[in-house]
Design a protein around this ligand. Structure first.
Ligand code: FES
Ligand code: FE2
Length: 329
């Protein structure tokens, strides 16, 4: 299953977290080293020196190259070995002496890595929110959950648990009964929207593991949630973005961003401060879900057609990942 996920792009850290030394991280079960290459560009490599298998993340960055801590081999950002200290000057470096590199990008304030060839379309929903005169975009934090990224995504998509898990924070203003709503598939994932009489919640799923929850105030008197601080005006948008990056099969690092078009003079912490509490309320429940991996056979859990229709489509799309290309819609 994890192999099928390698072609996609995943955020692994906020740009500011990239320090002067190498950072060790795990993505889809693979140990990687991330470091700042020439012109500050992020470089991602398998955390393995081709010489004798030492972890490059234990090494140092010197003049835009990474140096292995064991015998001092140096690798450029392209992966080519540029120096083997044990060889006499002028001796050729074997062509096979290379580190395995992966495509990276800096976008939306984060470093992204792809473990494929990088040709999969880059998630682009947030590119409509980059005009700083209108939008304030804030990286909130990351959260580590002991479950699969699929379970995290299903939780982020699911609004029918709000009135049980998040009372006083983000409950549906008109109560727990779910009214009809439409789920629409597109080439990147799918969308759906739900109006609770106070907020219109528009969900945009960028398959496989990104969920945007765009809350637009439609009726300021209709209720309050922590993310609009109770003083919302019609048209205020607070966009919560969840990026569930699979560390391993049952381990997920969730990066969260908040984008808003209102109250730009107020402290960002007013809009991000409640996140840890709400994420914690979800985490204790989601980590109990068994199996940790989403069952691929829809009949294995009891879905209720209306509130769960986004999850039914999501599971169908995950199942399609295992099909040969000819069967893809
Ligand atoms: S193991 Fe890296 S230089 Fe020897
Ligand atoms: Fe939740």
């Amino acid at each position: 299953m994890l192999d099928m996920l390698r072609p996609y792009w995943y955020p692994v850290a906020p740009l500011g977290a990239l320090g002067d030394g190498p950072t060790r991280l795990k993505l889809l079960g693979e140990q990687l080293v991330l470091w700042k290459g020439p012109e500050g560009r992020p470089v991602a490599m398998k955390d393995l020196c081709i010489h004798r298998g030492a972890a490059l993340s234990g090494g140092t960055i010197e003049n835009g190259e990474i140096k292995c801590p064991y015998h001092g081999w140096k690798y450029s950002a392209s992966g080519a070995c540029t120096h083997i200290p044990a060889l006499p000057p002028g001796a050729p470096i074997p062509a096979k002496a290379r580190a395995i590199t992966y495509p990276t990008r800096a976008a939306y304030g984060m470093v992204w890595i792809c473990l494929g060839d990088g040709s999969t379309p880059f998630p682009d929903f947030l590119s409509d929110y980059e005009d700083e005169a209108i939008w304030r975009q804030v990286y909130v934090d990351h959260y580590d959950w002991k479950t699969s990224a699929g379970r995290v995504v299903e939780n982020a998509m699911d609004f029918s648990h709000f009135n049980f898990v998040h009372m006083g924070y983000t409950e549906l203003a008109d109560g727990p009964i779910i009214k009809p709503y439409e789920v629409e598939r597109n080439e990147r994932g799918f969308t759906y929207a739900y109006d609770d009489g106070h907020l219109l919640r528009e969900y945009v799923v960028e398959f496989p593991f990104i969920v945007h929850d765009r809350k637009r105030v439609t009726n300021p008197a209709g209720g309050k949630t922590w993310s609009d601080s109770g003083e919302g005006s019609s048209g205020d948008v607070t966009l919560l973005s969840f990026f569930a990056t699979p560390v391993d099969e049952n381990e997920t690092r969730i990066h969260v961003m908040v984008t808003r078009n209102h109250s730009l003079d107020r402290a960002d912490s007013e809009f991000t401060g409640g996140f840890g509490v709400v994420m914690g309320q979800d985490q204790v429940i989601v980590e109990t879900q068994r199996p940790e991996q989403i069952p691929m056979d829809v009949s294995e859990e009891l879905h209720i057609r209306l509130p769960d229709q986004h999850a039914i489509l999501y599971r169908r799309m995950l199942r399609e990942l295992n099909l040969p290309a000819a069967y893809m819609p």
